[in-house]
Design a protein around this ligand. Structure first.
Ligand code: MIC
Ligand code: SF4
Length: 651
């Protein structure tokens, strides 16, 4: 039986476990990436493990999230990361060089390699045929130390693309379509593999938009074959030497198949507050007063849509026009490379000429670092997430759209269909990009690593205290939340909170702020407690802070209907019990304030896949599922991955 493309790469990298469906496999990781918002913690953990030089082929530390520097905290974190990188063999991409996923695709990614990154949009690398997976910082730290990265052998979904995109319909519309089919939880435990004739019609930046936003499906990763278009992209980067052609075997067997006819797609938008709330532009406008949805803000950029090709289309639409007086338009190109080429070819002048506010090449508004909309404002963004509150304005309404829709709407002042603009210009990728790696600092030679001093600021605090799993647990339910709780609910980001990413005691004051501001005080007062939630709990970001803040606040277990992949792993890594109701109805029987208890917890974990919980307040018991591999059981029993790794280092 033939193998799918994903299976070929996974198989070639499996170093632990049997390569069988549903089993846990340990993967050799070729490359890692971190960004600054998760990176400080990842490097604090890496240091705590006492590993010298990284053992990967390539590890890169990017600075792209926290670049406002409204206080000393960000600058201190950057200096810390730069010094750790220099000492331990990690390449350092300085602030201003661009968004990690865009720069990694341009400068380091390679077909057939494995990459894990402490950011959920790491699957962007699937656009050039990598197995690129988002993970918690601790998992990345372990991989940098040469440890395997464990996943459950995923289901493989074949998405067959036929036809060709019509003018003004974009790669963004392909992934929005898939989100409308699969939903934000449809990809959990799956790899999305693209195939079919339509693949050839998509360039690498378009493929990367699609694999990037595969994160919103909850998928483990997404991948495109490596072909002529991959070669053209790598050649333009001066990196054709890493090219290898890759595709699935003709007789590969898939667990699920979906077909999308590119020719049948039309411009769409994801409506507030979920990336899978997808409607066509005409459907949205039809619901608006006067048949046109007025807008207040447009933001173009983020790791989803900030390539040169995206920017060229935007420049074309804006050329000679002026942004509507009621709209604020910001544009953040994905990398220094993109911005430089826009400056060279005049696109930047077109964008500036129209009155756009050009921001630096970084995540910026996507993570709430500035550009929060006005109260109740309507914002069109080319980003990948529109969770409630993420923009920094609680009652703002964020719609996710393609750069074409964004630019056309910025001029019109309402949600506009770019197809009304007439002929679409054909934009060919240049044969050579303007390449300069002068903002990427190489590490010190291993022989000089000893001498490099690690520079820490006062905001950088240690990893929270952990303890081996207790034998008996008795704790109050300190919070009960509903379905689709995102990590932006659990541990919000934004300009005020992001600078605290290396200070768990301080950041935990904001834990669950979007749902219940009194949670941190209540949890601390209780000493230890349990959080209860609904389906797809922890979707979104890879931030392990969504586990570390609860750990610091004394959360011992989280009981939900179902978990998102990365967050569940982060809970295990932090030593917090991830339990799933065996009967979803049991969720309804628990109230905040109920006292819950688990007897012989260590024994139950060691013995099987279920844990029985007693609700002492209601006088009832219920069963929860907790399927864990033998390795994961040991991690939980030891009090988390850090303790487990320290104990097993060198074994
Ligand atoms: C995000 O898009 O939410 C982030 C910010 O990039 C996160 C990482 C983080 O929280 O630092 C992600 O997607 O993993
Ligand atoms: Fe940055 Fe936004 Fe991409 Fe996250 S999704 S890496 S915040 S640009």
């Amino acid at each position: 039986m033939g193998l799918t493309l994903a299976e070929k790469i996974l198989k070639a990298h499996t170093v632990d476990g049997a390569f069988e469906k549903g089993r846990e496999i340990g993967l050799k990781i070729d490359q890692t990436l971190t960004q600054d918002a998760t990176g400080t913690m990842a490097y604090i953990e890496f240091e705590a493990m006492g590993i010298g030089q990284v053992k990967t082929e390539r590890s890169v530390a990017y600075i792209d999230h926290n670049t406002l520097q409204s206080g000393f905290e960000n600058a201190d974190d950057h200096r810390f990361i730069a010094s750790v990188a220099k000492k331990h063999g990690i390449w350092y991409s300085r602030p201003g060089n661009g968004i990690c996923h865009q720069v990694h695709l341009e400068r380091f990614g390679a077909p057939g390699k494995t990459l894990i990154g402490s950011d959920s949009h790491t699957p962007t690398g699937g656009g050039i045929g990598m197995i690129a997976i988002g993970a918690g910082g601790l998992d990345v730290a372990v991989a940098m130390g040469g440890g395997a990265y464990y996943i459950t052998y995923p289901k493989i979904v074949r998405v067959t693309l036929t036809g060709k995109l019509s003018p003004w319909v974009a790669a963004k519309d392909v992934i929005l379509k898939l989100l409308s089919i699969m939903s934000v939880k449809g990809g959990v435990g799956k790899i999305i593999e693209y195939a079919g004739e339509g693949v050839k019609t998509l360039t690498v930046p378009e493929r990367a938009t699609i694999t990037n936003m595969g994160a919103e499906l909850g998928a483990t990763t997404s991948i495109f074959p490596s072909d002529e278009n991959t070669l053209a992209f790598l050649r333009a980067e001066g990196r054709e030497d890493v090219y290898v052609p890759l595709s699935a075997d003709p007789d590969a067997v898939y667990d699920e198949e979906i077909e999308i006819d590119l020719s049948a797609l039309e411009p769409m938008a994801a409506c507030p507050h979920s990336p899978d709330s997808v409607k066509t532009l005409s459907e949205i406008n039809a619901e608006a007063e006067g048949g046109k949805m007025k807008i207040d803000q447009v933001c173009i950029g983020s790791c989803t849509n900030s390539s040169l090709a995206d920017m060229m289309k935007v420049a074309h639409i804006l050329r000679g026009k002026t942004v509507h007086p009621d709209v604020s338009l910001s544009v953040s190109p994905g990398s220094k490379q993109v911005l430089t080429m826009m400056a060279e070819n005049g696109a930047l002048a077109d964008i500036l000429g129209a009155g756009a506010r050009v921001l630096e090449s970084a995540c910026g508004p996507c993570i709430g670092m500035g550009q929060s909309p006005n109260s109740g404002g309507i914002s069109l963004r080319t980003f990948n997430r529109n969770f409630e509150g993420r923009s920094g304005t609680r009652d703002a309404k964020v719609y996710l759209v393609s750069p074409e829709v964004a630019a056309a709407s910025a001029i019109a002042g309402y949600l506009a269909d770019p197809r009304e603009l007439g002929d679409m210009p054909v934009f060919f990728l240049p044969e050579k990009f303007t390449v300069s790696d002068n903002m990427i600092t190489p590490p010190a030679p291993a022989s000089e690593a000893e001498k490099v001093e690690i520079l820490r600021g006062p905001n950088i605090k240690e990893y929270p205290k952990t303890a081996p799993l207790a034998d008996h647990l008795r704790a109050e339910c300190s919070l009960k939340v509903g379905d689709n709780i995102t990590t932006d609910h659990i541990m919000p980001a934004g300009a005020k909170i992001l600078p605290l990413r290396s200070n768990i005691p301080a950041i935990s004051r904001h834990c669950f702020a979007v749902c219940d501001e009194s949670f941190p005080d209540r949890a601390l007062a209780l000493g230890q407690s349990i959080v209860v939630g609904g389906a797809n709990y922890g979707q979104g970001s890879s931030r392990e802070h969504a586990a570390l803040a609860p750990l610091y606040l004394g959360v011992k277990a989280v009981i939900v209907k179902s978990f998102a992949r990365i967050h569940r792993q982060n809970l295990i890594n932090a030593g917090i019990l991830p339990l799933e109701f065996a009967r979803p109805e049991d969720y309804d029987e628990i109230e905040r304030g109920d006292i819950l208890a688990v007897e012989d917890l260590r024994e139950q974990i060691a013995a099987g896949d279920t844990v029985t919980v007693k609700n002492l307040t209601k006088g009832k018991s219920f069963v929860t599922n907790c399927p864990l591999s033998a390795r994961m059981k040991e991690i939980l029993l030891s009090g988390g991955l850090l303790d487990y790794t320290k104990a097993n280092l060198g074994k």
